[in-house]
Design a protein. Structure first.
Ligand SMILES: [Fe+2]
Length: 590
């Protein structure tokens, strides 16, 4: 049975194909269209998935959309009417931006793909998140928690899932918190207040939080109040996202926290305002963690289950995930590599397979490499045409050369096999560098990522070496598999891992199993033999404002435009010639 899952029209559109119960292909539209966070109907992603599997639309047994668009329309209508007349300005905007063609999804899918309308199904948004988290995790029975900004109505759900020995699957979400009460919206409101773009700058808030102190938690708890049933409400007077198209926080919010930061103002942590912004970030981060923790503890008590599967955009918060693992009572926490809305494409397709069609349970690949493969010959061709130095090396020689380059302080663009599905580079589309010196972090931020200096880089280490360098709690290796947890760097290594150690002594470490990305695993070994520390800095292969590279040509273009020194795809090694020594003015004009 062939089932296509689609996530679209909000942010991070994606398509995924499940063939006979197993995800066979998945890719975000942005990787193909090259528009970051592309929210359009993911035609190119669908095309690629079908082509990759050798299918045509006529071969699809079902196409599953990741949320119920009419319910979403209902939510927008109801919220707008409730807030009328304050909402009259935002209503057309909400209709256009949040819905647009979304209401007509069935017709759009039918006309684009030429599939019968009866084969087009819809799942609940949080059911898609839940399925993406539970049905891809190597566990048979688990509690489920989802949290995001908003889908249709739900913003947070709890429940449980089971894959029985007989092959049946159950997944039930038993409680939910509804819009406008939303942990994701709370965090996004602070993201906007702190001058960062919503749905993109949340990472920056988390990075900034480490520089601040949670001195404003009491103020944050004025805008989010806990309820007697263990949930929470956002206090409406502090928010405007329901009634304004341009601002998510109200004047009361500004009265409470002070003037917001203008996006173009630098954050000066030496100034009073800079410290206030960092303290705001630290405080909302702390309250988010505490709220999630209480909900997770209650879920642990109610279900009695040792495993938790956590999905939704809030599950990208690695600091919160690490606290859930350490303090909620769950022994293992599973976060999929794409917990956000893109991952719903996989979730929706798996949900339909297991729960709508009631197909038997199948084990799902425990890795994120579901996208297009890089073509090493294409890289060689393009680089040679461009006059670069191109070599084709056998594997041991290539690894030696790349490890030598890394040890010499050169920055490496690393492309290997199928692209990751999800926002993180986990070893197939990565920029790699030596993790030891803070100068390397600054060079990457300045020459490649063009981003704020307070944002940390992540390390990658082989699973077998992880405990030596990082203080992982029991279950930490699992969270670190897809870089989903932030853990302390062991104190004795912090100065020698300065480029990947955040100001609070932590790192969002990836613990790599050999089977998941054997080449990067081997490279870690080769690098460790040279430097004495088998850890590398691993950041996504892109420059600011662009999606992660997909094809060789995009890797090459990125390499040519920024400070990457060495580029690898398969056996192909491309190196920039050493810059000629600058001549003196006298020589130049002689
Ligand atoms: Fe979502």
């Amino acid at each position: 049975m062939n089932i296509l899952g689609i996530s679209a029209h909000y942010h991070d559109s994606a398509a995924a194909l499940v063939v006979d119960g197993v995800p066979a292909a998945a890719v975000q539209q942005e990787r193909l269209s090259r528009h970051k966070h592309d929210a359009g109907f993911p035609l190119e992603a669908i095309d690629w998935c079908l082509e990759h599997a050798g299918l045509t639309p006529a071969d699809l047994d079902a196409v599953v959309f990741y949320e119920r668009s009419m319910l979403k329309l209902e939510r927008i209508l109801v919220c707008s009417l409730r807030a009328f007349p304050r909402s009259w300005r935002s209503f057309p905007h909400a209709m256009r931006n949040s819905l647009g063609e979304k209401v007509w999804v069935r017709g759009i899918i039918a006309s684009y793909l030429g599939v019968p309308r009866r084969n087009i199904l819809f799942t609940g948004h949080h059911a898609s998140h839940a399925a993406a988290a539970f049905l891809t995790a190597p566990t048979r029975r688990a509690a489920i928690l989802t949290a995001d900004g908003v889908g249709e109505w739900a913003t947070l759900t709890v429940g449980r899932g089971e894959r029985t020995a007989a092959g049946a699957t159950t997944l039930s979400l038993t409680r939910e918190i509804r819009f406008p009460h939303s942990l994701g919206m709370l965090y996004s409101t602070f993201t906007a207040y702190l001058g960062f773009p919503v749905n993109d700058g949340e990472y920056k808030v988390m990075g900034l939080a480490a520089y601040g102190r949670p001195t404003l938690c009491d103020a944050v708890r004025k805008v989010i109040r806990r309820t007697a049933d263990g949930g929470f409400t956002l206090v409406p007077e502090y928010f405007e996202y329901q009634t304004s198209a341009s601002r998510s926080f109200s004047q009361a919010f500004v009265d409470l926290f002070g003037p917001p930061r203008h996006p173009y103002d630098p954050i000066d942590l030496e100034s009073a305002d800079g410290r206030r912004f960092a303290d705001c970030a630290a405080s909302v981060q702390r309250v988010l963690e505490d709220t999630l923790l209480d909900i997770a503890r209650a879920l642990r008590r109610d279900t009695g289950l040792p495993d938790l599967c956590f999905g939704g955009g809030v599950a990208l918060n690695g600091v919160a995930n690490a606290r859930l693992l350490a303090e909620s009572g769950f022994e293992r926490v599973f976060v999929p590599p794409a917990p956000g809305d893109a991952g719903c494409a996989v979730g929706a397709a798996l949900y339909a397979d297991r729960l709508y069609f009631r197909n038997p349970d199948r084990d799902v690949p425990d890795h994120p490499f579901m996208g297009p493969r890089v073509d090493a010959d294409e890289l060689a061709r393009v680089a040679r045409d461009d006059g670069q130095r191109v070599e084709a090396l056998d594997e041991p020689e290539l690894l030696d050369r790349v490890a030598d380059d890394l040890a010499a302080g050169r920055i490496v663009g690393w492309m290997d096999g199928a692209a990751e599905f999800g926002p993180r580079a986990l070893g197939h589309r990565s920029i790699l560098a030596a993790p030891h010196a803070v100068e390397m972090r600054d060079r990457l931020n300045r020459d490649i990522k063009s981003r704020e200096e307070f944002r940390p880089f992540a390390p990658v280490v082989a699973v077998e070496d992880a405990d030596r360098y990082f203080d992982l709690p029991p279950g930490g290796l699992r969270l670190a598999r897809f870089m989903s947890g932030v853990f302390p760097v062991r104190a004795e290594w912090r100065s020698r891992l300065a480029a990947v150690t955040h100001v609070d002594g932590t790192a969002r470490v990836q613990a790599l199993e050999r089977e998941m990305a054997p080449r990067l695993h081997a490279l870690l070994g080769a690098y460790g033999r040279r430097s004495g520390i088998p850890v590398l800095l691993n950041t996504s292969f892109n420059v600011a404002g662009e999606p992660i590279v997909n094809r060789a040509i995009e890797g090459y273009s990125t390499y040519r435009r920024c400070g990457i020194d060495t580029l690898v795809a398969g056996p192909t090694l491309v190196t920039k010639p050493a810059l000629p020594q600058a001549r003196s003015m006298k020589e130049a004009y002689a």
